[in-house]
Design a binder for this molecule. Sequence first.
Ligand code: NCD
Length: 305
Amino acid sequence: MKHIISPLDLSTEELNDLLELATSISKDPKKYSSVCQGKKLATLFYEPSTRTRLSFEAAMLNLGGSVLGFSDSASSSVSKGESVEDTIRVISCYADICAMRHPKEGAPMVAAQYATIPVINAGDGGHNHPTQTLTDLLTIKELKGTLSGLTLGLCGDLKFGRTVHSLINAMVRYQDNHFILISPIELKIPDYLRQEVLIDNKIPFKEVQKLEPVMPELDLLYMTRVQKERFFNEEDYIRLRDSFILDMEKMTYARHDMLVLHPLPRVNEISLEVDHDPRAVYFKQAQYGVYVRMALIMTLLGLNK
Ligand code: NCD
């Protein structure tokens, strides 16, 4: 049985198959409307979410399956002290597949060890968010036509932003990608990513603190929110939250075909005026998230053949 805990749990070949399936689904979603009839998806969300949980649920409903779960740990038996291990053993009796979001890094991995159904990590603390990465890869592939030879700017909270960590891990597997990491010094990427993923693999990258000067170099700009919930004190959050605000003035430095992605939710880091620019694709990205999760559910349930 396969689980998706890290973006690297799929080989590049499996990933390409999955993205291809997602593209086919996007062209004719109705064709897949009863593929998962009789199957159930459990969504176990111990941390807030809008897009990820609802896009998982929409994905399963689009496939003709059904959904059950909780969106708040306070309303589940966790509040009585139940462990993740026991919860997943029980959920395995009720559902065919599950998506779990948890504030503790590694919790979905622990769940996978006790589950008898496939477990999908829907975000674990500041660690990984593989299905957001699948969403990002599908968006890039569809709108740029390639996943290679790109200069990617990642901007904002690169320290706590799990979507950034997963995206870097995934994009280094494709040829000739360059990374420009734009953040305040306090929010630079974690050391293990810099050393083990970028330096050890001789991946070209630079770390900068200003957005404007690097704008003309970028094929993609991946904006992120400063992750308030992972800060130890409010003062630091307030000091850092508005470090980067993408507005139309800054967009004038960008190439005409640069794309702006954002996993959402946005707080302040992209001005509303940018939404009208055709290069802003973050709402399309959210739509791709449903197709890619449909493809993932089908694949993990072995219904993709
Ligand atoms: C992201 C997350 O939860 O990590 N959101 C999402 O899943 N689309 C990004 C964020 O919360 O900033």
